[in-house]
Design a protein around this ligand. Structure first.
Ligand SMILES: NC(=O)c1ccc[n+]([C@@H]2O[C@H](COP(=O)([O-])OP(=O)(O)OC[C@H]3O[C@@H](n4cnc5c(N)ncnc54)[C@H](O)[C@@H]3O)[C@@H](O)[C@H]2O)c1
Length: 306
């Protein structure tokens, strides 16, 4: 996060130069950021007609106030073809970063220039090949925003298919290990890195009828803390976000009743937006994020209590 500073007595430090570039870029990035929030506002409010009739205040004001200068940074966004990851890709691009997407599916409606690698994050060989390609093409990896994942069926433990359980753990938890194991050495080589893993409030609370997903996301939280401690004496910060329900396609994996229960549990009585998740990732990627590592950042409309 940057705020413009004037050069002191005609001498500019590297940080001031970056800040100044951010200021010059601001009108461009602000225009793009606002158009993204406009798109996400429909998501947040549930329908286009609702968004037209209700004033929009969340997120929009913050994006007008805050800008980031990620020019020269290389960002890998897993799960960047859709939902939260796609919005993160848009906002990294708006801030000037080079964006690389690792996903099973090709991006839909992304509208930003990016490289796409078809990667199954449960397959270490595919991840390692993608890491090598990114480094060959762009020289380094500065940011890892790891979002690839899926929720699986909504069923009680007694009816959960063990093979489905294993796949949910494989992708959501083991995938996080595989991706970080591949990317961290490149960050160590570059002497800088920001990793933001997408956990879930389910990993803190334990969501009934989503036991595999809850267990996997609890594992993502613990893994994030362990890795952060391993890297604490470097300039690599490792944090995770624990969203409650955010309006994306992942909610289609749940019954409408289940989604409604999540909305009713929210003190704000609404779903989160992809823009709200992406904004937090921008700050956690920035050089302002220095003393935070191994932390879980709730994104829950006031629902999280610890
Ligand atoms: N939307 C929510 O309510 C919510 C809440 C808490 C946490 N999350 C987490 O946020 C992240 C993003 O979720 P979303 O809501 O944007 O979902 P989404 O379904 O819109 O997007 C997930 C993306 O991950 C990709 N993906 C899935 N499995 C993959 C694999 N094995 N390898 C590579 N890519 C894979 C999909 O192709 C898709 O593009 C997930 O980790 C999810 O668990 C979402």
């Amino acid at each position: 996060m940057v705020s413009p500073l004037p050069p002191h007595r005609g001498i500019m430090t590297g940080e001031q130069a970056r800040v100044l570039r951010g200021h010059i870029l601001h009108p461009h990035t602000a225009w793009k950021a606002e158009s993204f929030v406009g798109a996400a506002a429909g998501d947040r409010l549930g329908s286009k007609s609702e968004s037209a009739s209700r004033p929009i205040s969340f997120g929009e004001q913050r994006l007008r106030d805050v800008s980031y200068d990620f020019l020269g940074r290389v960002a890998v966004v897993t799960g960047g073809s859709n939902g939260i990851g796609a919005q993160i890709a848009r906002q990294y691009h708006a801030a000037g970063a080079t964006v690389v997407i690792w996903d099973l599916a090709e991006p839909k409606n992304l509208e930003v220039p990016c490289s796409f690698h078809r990667v199954d994050i449960s397959e270490p060989s595919q991840i390692n090949a993608a890491t090598s390609e990114v480094v060959e093409q762009h020289g380094k990896i500065d940011f890892l925003s790891h979002n690839a994942g899926f929720a699986g069926p909504t069923l009680p433990v007694t009816r959960y298919d063990p093979e489905v359980w294993a796949r949910i753990i494989e992708v959501n938890l083991n995938g996080t290990f595989h991706v970080c194991q591949s990317v961290v050495p490149e960050m160590e080589r570059g002497g800088f890195g920001r990793i933001v893993n997408m956990a879930s409030l389910a990993g803190k609370e334990g969501t009934p009828n989503a036991s595999a997903y809850s267990a996997a996301k609890a594992g993502v939280i613990a893994f994030t803390k362990a890795l952060a401690k391993e890297l604490a004496e470097t300039d690599i910060r490792v944090n995770c976000i624990a969203p409650a329900a955010v309006k994306t396609d992942i909610l289609d994996q749940m019954t409408p009743e289940f989604v409604e229960t999540m909305i009713q549990k929210s003190p704000m009585k609404r779903l989160g937006s992809t823009a709200e998740a992406a904004e937090l990732v921008m700050w956690l990627s920035s050089s302002a994020c220095t003393f935070n590592s191994g932390a879980v950042f709730d994104l829950s409309g006031g629902r999280a209590t610890y």
